[in-house]
Design a protein around this ligand. Structure first.
Ligand SMILES: Nc1nc2c(c(=O)[nH]1)N[C@H]1C(S)=C(S)[C@@H](COP(=O)(O)O)O[C@H]1N2
Ligand SMILES: [Mo]
Length: 199
């Protein structure tokens, strides 16, 4: 489900692909930002992981990009109803970044330059389902799409994929983020069409 079949882009028929309910296909890459695009120089960039116990882990750009990276091809589903299939990224698996954190730790709040936040269960970040991506289409991730690095959690609506990521805060309780506090669904599964609270 949601996987691009080879040759799909040569076809015009939408019926060849299964989309989550209420979504339409787009080929361009819309930019959706709740504010101005922060410009974060690589020499001051860092990713901080705050756990329930123990000291924070901090990766600067050199340390982060020295971690094992994966090439990922995934479909994106935005709550505003566009879906983009077969997008190509390079990034570090959250399994790697959260290796000291277990799923029973509960929740993570992703914090961004500019103040945006979003909340996710730890279980949704483990098991090969989430990355911190720093390349798109073989190029450094453009600032408007969240560069230097963004969260990529493609099995949830794209608002969960926090751009300009600067910290992951592990919590033992759930804490709604920016859109979740404004009425978007707390979990955001596109296949169950969880767009808003109550869906
Ligand atoms: N920091 C931050 N991350 C964010 C957002 C934002 O406004 N700020 N918008 C979210 C929303 S609603 C979507 S659909 C995607 C859009 O990513 P794109 O602009 O690369 O398409 O980023 C998500 N991550
Ligand atoms: Mo979105």
């Amino acid at each position: 489900m949601g996987i691009v079949s080879p040759g799909f882009f040569g076809r015009r028929r939408q019926g060849a692909v299964e989309l989550p309910p209420g979504q339409y296909l787009t080929r361009d890459f819309p930019v959706l930002s709740a504010g101005a695009t922060p410009r974060v120089p690589l020499d001051s960039w860092a990713l901080r992981l705050t756990t329930l116990s123990g000291p924070d882990l901090v990766w600067d750009w050199a340390a982060f990009t020295a971690l094992p990276a994966q090439d990922i091809t995934v479909d994106l589903h935005c709550v505003t109803k566009w879906s983009k299939l077969g997008t190509q990224w390079r990034g570090v698996s959250l399994d790697n970044l959260l290796s000291t954190v277990t799923a029973d730790a509960g929740f993570v709040v992703a914090e961004c330059h500019g103040g945006y936040t979003t909340n996710l269960p730890v279980a949704d970040l483990l098991g090969g389902k989430a990355w911190v991506a720093y390349q798109y289409d073989g190029q450094p991730l453009a600032p408007e799409h969240g560069g230097p690095a963004r969260l990529l959690v493609p099995h949830l609506y794209f608002w969960k994929s926090a751009k300009w990521l600067r910290a992951l805060r592990v919590l033992d309780h759930d804490e709604p983020g920016f859109w979740e506090s404004l009425g978007y669904h707390n979990y955001g599964d596109p296949w169950r069409e969880q767009r808003y609270w109550g869906d």
